[in-house]
Design a protein around this ligand. Structure first.
Ligand code: FES
Ligand code: MG
Length: 573
């Protein structure tokens, strides 16, 4: 018989000395029996619950359900909070704090007597931040995705969380919506517990962790309010105890092939462009070499199978009733790597053999896809030397090859001030260029890339224009929006040098983004360019600005890339 591996937690609880006494004794104030400290796997439930993160507001209840499962399997559950990021509330942007939350997660795990980890996640950044942190420690880890909200209805029409925001200006200007109309819409949008119910970033992240193999199969698409969500949470609690016994660590699951599976799946579901940044950062933590170009080579030819907002018309609840992610993963099995292992110990493709599609209007097939090539396109050119991205499934076909004159905004404030000026020289063929919204520039790379069009063009019936920035875009938004331009304008990327009236050529098919000025002129502007003053002189924000990497590298802090393992040599005394 194989020798039982010594539990990591026994270094705390197994001691016969003073420190063993101290570690056990204080915890016992919560009434745990002494056998809890004698070789039960200790499972940390890392909870991103917070009332300031509405999408994760139900995770306190979920932790109790996870505990049930852990106890049943003979584990010892200990729940702990980590920094939680509420996408719709925290200023200036949740992305500024993703890396901070990941540090919190990493150190909370490493510093404590834990053998296995359950990550309770939901809203956009709460998934990547906790997964990144957990990767840098590399213990057996399972993810419990909090689940999307139920579909809302507003005046008889299905309404997605996040989709309404992008129509507010249009609704006000064209349909005369009043404050009372919007007040009514507010509660319709957020109909139940859970995160955004479109294939926005939160659903994209939940899909991503399942495709990576980090959740029980079928977990990610279940709505938060469905009883099966809790059932799966309980089963995850049971499973993590087994994973500790099997020593099924993150690094065994998160191989290069698992990352490629996640990229393929993201294309098929029409997932958010934010996946690029988060997946790259996660790969960096676990030591997998993932480049921006990989998203294009691995994913761009993958067809769109899912008819979900913002690329299509349905919502996550419909997706679940249609069979959910299992149907998509079964359909994709020809394209996916077969020998990646998941948290249940089986291969990804093996897990979904029994999936059945109940609604082909929601989930289509490889033979009849909604779009032939849906993955993210990575653009190159003198305007984005290290790359930029566009999500073709959310863009307008007629703008995919487009030449237009730049209308430049030097900052978000400049944009707000001038976009609706009646005499702004702009028409539907112009290219809106927004600077200063990259990782260092804002700071934190906010989701502002899909800026509203000028009022006068909206009133003319224009619905889309080419927009270019070094920022991100919400996963719930759509449009011909070029994002993540790298290097960003604040560090002197070519984007910083664009002037009003310059011609810009976008050719998505050729993957080209070109600023049509001579090399000599470009050089002249480079020499004349002056770096803006840093936006912070102290605190975390200063550290962030000093150390954040560019978007093409995942916008992690340079010193956080990689991991330090789970070992801590020194004790309290
Ligand atoms: Fe939390 Fe959309 S705001 S998921
Ligand atoms: Mg978002």
């Amino acid at each position: 018989m194989a020798k039982k591996k010594k539990l990591r937690s026994s270094e705390w609880f197994g001691g016969k000395d003073k420190m063993g006494f101290v570690h056990r004794s204080w915890l016992r104030n919560q009434g745990y029996p002494d056998d809890y400290f004698q070789g039960k796997p200790v499972i940390g439930i890392c909870n991103t619950w917070s009332e300031l993160t509405p999408c994760n507001g139900h995770l306190r209840d979920f932790a109790e359900v996870v505990k049930r499962g852990i106890l049943e399997a003979g584990g010892f559950p200990l729940e702990f909070p980590v920094m939680s990021l509420g996408e719709t509330i925290i200023r200036p942007t949740s992305m500024l704090f993703r890396n901070l939350a990941s540090m919190d997660t990493e150190e909370s795990i490493r510093g404590n007597p834990l053998d296995g980890i359950v990550l309770l996640t939901g809203c956009d950044k709460t998934t990547p931040s906790t997964v990144m942190g957990a990767c840098s420690v590399d213990l057996p880890t399972i993810v419990v995705p909090g689940g999307p909200m139920l579909s809302g209805r507003f005046r008889g029409e299905k309404i997605g969380s996040g989709s309404m925001n992008w129509m507010i200006k249009e609704k006000q200007k064209k349909e005369g919506y009043s404050t009372a109309d919007f007040t009514e819409a507010e509660v319709c949008v957020a109909r139940s517990i859970g995160h955004c119910n479109t294939m926005g970033t939160a659903s994209t992240m939940a899909t991503m962790v399942e495709a990576l193999g980090l959740t029980l199969p079928g977990f990610s698409s279940i709505p938060a309010a469905d009883s099966r969500k809790k059932l799966f949470a309980q089963l995850s609690g049971r499973r993590i105890v087994e994973m500790v016994k099997e020593d099924l660590k993150l690094s065994k699951i998160l191989t290069r092939k698992a990352f490629e599976n996640a990229i393929i799946t993201n294309a098929a579901v029409g997932g958010s462009t934010n996946l690029i940044i988060h997946l790259t950062a996660i790969a960096g933590r676990i030591g997998v070499d993932l480049k921006l170009e990989d998203f294009d080579t691995v994913g761009s030819k993958v067809p769109l199978l899912l008819n979900l907002k913002p690329s299509g018309k349905h919502l996550m609840e419909d997706f679940f009733y249609a069979g959910g992610l299992p149907v998509v993963l079964k359909e994709l099995q020809k394209l996916l790597h077969k020998n990646t292992i998941t948290v249940n110990g089986k291969a990804l493709t093996q897990n979904y053999q029994d999936a059945i599609c109940y609604d082909t209007d929601v989930i289509s097939t490889l033979k009849k896809p909604l779009q032939k090539e849906a993955g993210i396109a990575v653009l190159k050119g003198n305007l984005c030397e290290n790359g930029a991205v566009i999500k073709p499934s959310a863009a307008s076909k007629k703008l995919m090859n487009h030449k237009g004159k730049a209308v430049v905004f030097e900052s978000m404030e400049d944009y707000h001030k001038r976009i609706d000026e009646p005499d702004l020289d702009i028409d539907e063929n112009s290219v809106i260029v927004l600077k200063g919204v990259g990782p260092k520039g804002y700071p934190g790379m906010p989701e502002v890339g899909n800026v509203d069009l000028p009022e006068k063009l909206i009133l003319k019936g224009v619905t889309d224009m080419v927009r270019i920035s070094d920022g991100r875009m919400s996963g719930t938004a759509a449009g011909t929006v070029i994002l993540h331009v790298s290097p960003e304008s604040t560090v002197g990327g070519t984007l910083a040098l664009v002037k009003n009236g310059d011609m810009i050529h976008l050719d998505v098919k050729k993957r080209k983004l070109h600023l049509a000025i001579s090399d000599e002129e470009l050089e002249k502007r480079k020499v004349a360019w002056k770096a803006p003053k840093p936006l912070a002189s102290r605190g975390y924000v200063k550290m962030y600005i000093d150390h954040v990497e560019q978007a093409d590298k995942g916008a992690d802090l340079d010193f956080l890339v990689g991991g330090s393992g789970s070992k801590v040599d020194r004790n309290l005394h």
